[in-house]
Design a protein around this ligand. Sequence first.
Ligand code: SF4
Length: 206
Amino acid sequence: MRYLKWKEEFLSPEVKEKALSELKKVVVQCKACDLASTCTNKVFADGNPNAKIMLIGEAPGADEDASGVPFVGRAGKLLTQFLSEVGFDRKKDFYIVNTVKCRPPNNRVPSDFEKKCCSDYLSAQINIVQPKVIVLCGATALKSFSTKEYKISDIRGQWIDLFGEIKAMAIFHPSYLLRNHSLDEGSPRDLTKKDLIRIKNFVEKN
Ligand code: SF4
């Protein structure tokens, strides 16, 4: 995926708010790919534009499409619960987006063309928010940025070099955790909690 160059200059909260508001107006009008004709709402972002962490998911699902807010369905609620359990406040500590702003029909994986069409919006969000950490939530988000054939089960929990100065880590998608209930040591839920703690420790020191 094309990624705009990281801008060094500091953006104040006021500048960020204005820039994101302008960007959202463009996204709402966007018809660059066919997903515009089947979605109900554009799902722009949720959370704090001044957060140190940006979480990037795959694509809106039915609940997100209906509400216009990312990660609000069952998987989103589980994500919020996990964040809370390790001491994060989702609304304060995260800025949450998806690789595409429109829901693909029947929750299919967005195509490479659709992701490419939407990539400038995501790049602009990264450049405006200026996070210290990007969390790639699930295999599709990971594949959108990496040219290597990473398996999420192998690479999750490790810092990966995908965004220049911004640290990146992949974690399991909460929809995968919905199908895996075990809390045993080494289970997907246990590993995800440990990954989130690792991210929390990093941002507390940076
Ligand atoms: S998915 Fe992105 S590029 Fe496609 S119509 Fe929606 S906002 Fe535009």
